[in-house]
Structures are given as C-alpha cells and as structure tokens.
Design a protein around this ligand. Structure first.
Ligand code: UDP
Ligand code: MG
Length: 324
C-alpha cells in the first residue's frame, strides 16, 4: 500500500440509515482515534429513500476520511458490501452495519488479532438482544442445515462484522459469481482465521428491512450457492423408491403365485408403476448430478487461492547473490 493510503477501511452498507449515521460516525471516530492508525470509512448508499446520501456527503465534507459510494439503485446488502470492499484501500477491511448492531468498540480487538497474524477475524455474537425467539431459532437451524449440506464451514452466529486482511480482500475479488452470499464467500476463501466475541445490541434507530420472506430467500440463496444436495436429492429418493418397489414386487409376485390375486392385472401394474417411478427419479438425479457440475463450472470460482509464496523472497536473494 502506498504511503497516503489508510491502514484500516471500515465498510458500511447503508439503506435508509439517516437516523444512525451521526451516532455511527461519532462512535467510530472515538474508537479509531484511540487506535492511532490512519483509517477510512467507505459508506455505500444502497438506493436509500431517506436523506442518507445527503448526510453521508455532509460527513464527507466535514471529514474526508468518509468515502461515499452512491449506487444507482437498491441492489441489496450483499451487492452494497461487495461495492464497498472493492473500493476499500486499507491493508484490512472491516464490514460494519450502519445501525450500530455491530459495536465499533470491538474494532481494537479485531485489530489485535490481525496483528497477531490472522487474516480473518470473525466477530461472533454471544447474544442477540432485540431479536425475536423465532428469528434466533431459525438462524440457528439455518447454520446447522447449511453446514451439513455444504463443504465450506460457515461459522454460526457470525454476521458480516469481521476483519479481512488485504490478501483475503484480493481473494474475494477473484470470485466472479454474480449472486454473492458474502458470509459463504468469506468462509470459502479460507486463510488463517480467529474469532472474538461480543453481545449484539438491538438496532440504534430505524427498522430492519429483513422480514421473514427476505430471510427465507437469503437462506435459499446460501444453500443453492454452496451446496448441491438439493439437486442430488432426486437420485437418493429414486434409489429408495426403487428398492421399496423391488421388495414390494417380490412380495406381490410370491403372494400372487401362492394365493392368487382377485384383481386381475393389479400386481403387474403396481410393480411396473413403482419401478418406473423409481427409475425416473434416478434418471432425474443423474441429470441433477450433471447439472450440478455445469453449475459449478459456470460459477467459475478459482480452483485454489494462494496465501503467500516463498518465491518473491528467494528471487531477491538469488538476484543479490548474482550481483555479488
Ligand atoms: N442494507 C443495505 N441494503 C439493503 C438492506 C440493508 O445496504 O437492501 C444495510 C443496512 O443499511 C444495514 C445492514 O445492511 O447497514 C444490515 O441491515 P439490517 O440492520 O436491516 O439487517 P439485520 O441487522 O436485521 O440483519
Ligand atoms: Mg441490523
């Protein structure tokens, strides 16, 4: 990073957050002053309908460390966060909700872990005040299900509030997918990861835009982006039905041969029906299996990511050796 770049970038997606911004700014400012490090706060206005943009611009006038990115319309939090992370210039970035549910006071702890050498520091919620029992229970169920179905481990009770080092930011930029389930992507890239813990407070002002319908869609997005289990379901189901059909066929055939069956044609029809049903499901499953591969290929995620190599240092050593 060049000399006049900030060391720490806070990234804040904002959708109708006018009432929260001044409180956010003063709390962030107080915390960052204590760390004594150069920082910036990249605020992404995600198509707000209130005067979020005006307030952000006013903050920028007052303090040029506030960087304002204004999106052309509401693209949703994941897209806003992506935009913010793309514009972050720091050696590390910390996504932060504008509603102060992610306390800025935790930032020094995140930074301390970063200085210990971790690339990703998750902020894990110990409690969630101001959120309903149903929301907590459904969130818990969601993490259990997605972690069963998917190969990447998406940490439970971790929002987008976390620290990402520059190599991680660059890695996330190489993920070309358009539908971005950020929590999954943050987990997918890997790197040395640690956690700090905090108690989540209720929203400072305003109200959440995440109703249950949006949360459900978000969950579906997460599962379909990170798991092919739903696609493979047909194959398992088909196999299961076929085995049952086979057992039933044996039972019917033996029964018919021994006792006869009063309904003519029934046994053969049932056997054919069940067997064909099973075979069709298996065929669908096979198609699903290939579709899953096509899906995986079209996502075009890199096959691997490199954290660091010893190459650069060995080259300079070799060059020094030559010139001696
Ligand atoms: N947000 C956004 N675009 C949206 C919805 C939300 O940028 O379409 C931002 C919002 O301003 C806030 C963060 O995403 O900074 C989290 O939103 P919210 O507090 O509504 O979600 P919750 O905390 O209830 O999960
Ligand atoms: Mg919130």
């Amino acid at each position: 990073m060049t000399a006049n770049n900030p060391e720490i970038s806070l990234v804040v997606p904002c959708h109708n957050e006018a009432e929260n911004l001044s409180a956010l700014y003063s709390r962030v400012n107080a915390v960052m002053k204590k760390t004594g490090k150069p920082w910036e706060m990249v605020c992404v206005n995600d198509g707000s309908k209130d005067d979020t943009l005006e307030q952000l611009l006013a903050l920028h006038q007052k303090d040029p460390r506030i960087v304002v990115i204004d999106l052309s319309r509401n693209f949703g939090k994941e897209a806003a966060l992506t935009a913010g992370l793309d514009h972050a210039r720091g050696d590390c970035a910390i996504p932060l909700d504008a509603d102060l549910q992610d306390p800025p006071e935790l930032i020094p702890e995140l930074l301390a872990k970063w200085q210990e050498g971790y690339d990703v520091v998750n902020a894990v919620r110990l409690s969630r005040d101001g959120e309903s029992w149903l929301k907590r229970a459904s969130a818990h169920a969601f993490y259990r299900i997605i972690n069963r179905m998917s190969e990447v481990d998406i940490p439970a009770d971790t929002g987008d509030f976390r620290l990402l080092s520059r190599p991680v930011l660059e890695a996330i930029k190489t993920l070309p997918e358009r539908r971005r389930f950020m929590k999954g992507l943050f987990a997918w890239v890997g790197f040395r990861t640690s956690s700090v813990y905090y108690h989540r407070e209720p929203r400072y002002a305003g109200k959440t835009t995440w109703n249950y319908w949006r949360l459900w869609n978000f969950a579906v997005e997460g599962v379909t982006s990170f798991s092919q289990v739903p696609l493979q379901l047909a194959a398992h189901l088909g196999l299961f039905v076929s085995v049952l059909a086979f057992l039933y066929a044996v039972y019917l055939i033996i029964g018919t041969m021994v006792y006869g069956n009063p309904v003519r044609g029934y046994p053969s029809m049932m056997v054919t029906l069940l067997f064909l049903g099973g075979v069709q499901l298996i065929a669908l499953g096979v198609i699903g299996e290939y579709l899953g591969r096509i899906y995986e290929e079209t996502k075009g995620r890199p096959v691997y990511l490199v954290r660091s190599t010893s190459k650069s240092s060995s080259i300079t050593q070799a060059e020094q050796h030559d010139s001696e």
